[in-house]
Design a protein around this ligand. Structure first.
Ligand code: HEM
Length: 392
């Protein structure tokens, strides 16, 4: 490709880097380019500026959800409602919303609080924990089982599937692990759905039973539609929440002033959480170009993939004052960590409430902690690999 800026920086994987370094590279690339062609995998465009990214999110007639993974333009799977465009998209999204509304979410919080406290209590006297394997991988998986009225003992299975999927996303070329993880998850849900059909449950209180009754135009969802929705809920809720929690804890372990502020005044937690979501964004969505277009000078062709680089948008100095600086009370803070369109994260209320409870309960019990001496924190793209914390 000539006359266009090209780069070759793996925005989803590559080698683990010291924590935070990934965002420095993303910042440098935004300073260099408004857009560029990334030569990773089959190649894709990258938009780097906040305003362009919001515009692309809000123009589905050009930027389609047919694929949302920049290196996978023709996915073999169909996550619902993610991989659909208007007008059909809302028909798949609407049945989820009552389970993920702010009011519904408040009903799940006693479970989250109880489990967060039990996990912390399980390691508090040892004075040390590897935060991901000891906490952040476990709590979201337990919450998912609760949301779907599945036995909490199945959380370990969901955690394992999410880990196998992440392993593959971050190490290009090992597709078989992800395919196997998706296959295992789909087989699991196939049995659950069959069981729900054999022994119907009340759709007013059982999420999966309500999906079996959801309607698209004049018919009910078929099993594939139910399964593709359950896949999205699983893969969309585990790695994401885990990583946001991990960045928050890494930041607080390494910034004593911010940690002390949060301990002294827990009412700052909702605002601090928004700032962690802004400054350490953990997903960047892809879109597939529907027709040839000159998008602010970028010569996109029908079928090209584009990354709407949310990592970069959230740290754009045109929109955020001093964006590399973490300000727990930043206001306004219109980040795009959850996207910006009718596909905007359906689970955002749940993710926020869960992480808020974690920050409250952790700091109530362990107000002073640090990175364990001699350990190094590395991240593969936007995902921390491990976070060893100590306290006395
Ligand atoms: C902090 C954690 C999370 C982050 C950063 C996050 C991020 C995102 C983003 C950026 C999208 C937009 C996709 C697009 O534009 O195509 C999305 C969609 C979605 N998320 Fe989340 N998510 C999180 C947690 C969750 C949780 C906990 C759930 C549910 C239990 C969830 C369920 C969904 C669903 C169902 C969609 C598809 C929405 C649609 O296509 O209409 N997410 N998420």
């Amino acid at each position: 490709m000539t006359d266009v800026a090209t780069e070759a920086f793996d925005l989803n994987g590559g080698e683990p880097l010291p924590a935070g370094h990934f965002y420095d590279v993303v910042d440098d690339l935004r300073d260099k380019h408004r857009w560029y062609w990334n030569q990773c995998g089959p190649g894709y465009w990258v938009l780097t500026r906040y305003q362009d990214i919001r515009e692309a999110f809000q123009t589905p007639e050009i930027f389609s959800n047919e694929s949302i993974v920049p290196v996978d333009p023709d996915p073999a799977y169909r996550f619902l409602p993610s991989l659909t465009d208007p007008p059909v998209h809302m028909k798949y999204r609407t049945p989820l919303l009552r389970w993920l509304s702010p009011k519904a979410v408040q009903g799940y919080m006693p479970f989250v609080r109880e489990n967060a406290v039990a996990l912390i209590d399980s390691f508090i006297t040892s004075g040390r924990v590897e935060f991901l394997s000891g906490f952040a991988e476990i709590l979201p998986a337990r919450l998912l089982t609760f949301l779907l009225s599945l036995p909490v003992s199945e959380a370990e299975f969901f955690r394992d599937c999410a880990l196998r999927l992440r392993d593959t996303v971050s190490r290009a070329g090992e597709q078989s692990t992800a395919v196997a993880a998706m296959g295992d998850l789909k087989s699991y849900f196939t049995e659950v759905v069959a069981d729900r059909r054999r022994s119907p449950r009340d759709p007013a209180t059982d999420f999966i039973a309500s999906l079996l009754e959801a309607r698209i135009d004049d018919r009910a969802f078929d099993d594939e539609e139910v399964l593709d929705t359950l896949m999205t809920l699983s893969f969309g809720s585990l790695d994401t929440t885990k990583s946001v929690m991990s960045w928050a804890m890494w930041h607080l372990a390494t910034h004593q002033d911010d940690r002390e502020w949060l301990v002294r005044d827990p009412s700052i937690i909702p605002s601090a959480l928004e700032e962690f979501l802004r400054a350490y964004p953990i997903v960047s969505m892809g879109r597939k170009v529907k027709r040839d277009v000159d998008f602010h000078g970028c010569p996109m062709k029908k079928g090209d993939m584009v990354m709407l680089n949310q990592y970069s948008a959230n740290r754009d100095p045109e929109v955020f004052d001093d964006p590399r600086q973490i300000k727990l009370d930043r206001s306004p803070n219109r980040h795009v960590a959850f996207g910006s369109s009718e596909h905007r994260c359906a689970g955002s209320h749940l993710a926020r409430a869960e992480i808020q409870v974690v920050l409250e309960e952790w700091h109530r019990r362990i107000p002073v902690y640090r990175l364990t001496e001699g350990t190094e924190v590395r991240a593969t793209a936007s995902h921390i690999e491990s976070l060893d914390l100590s306290w006395s």
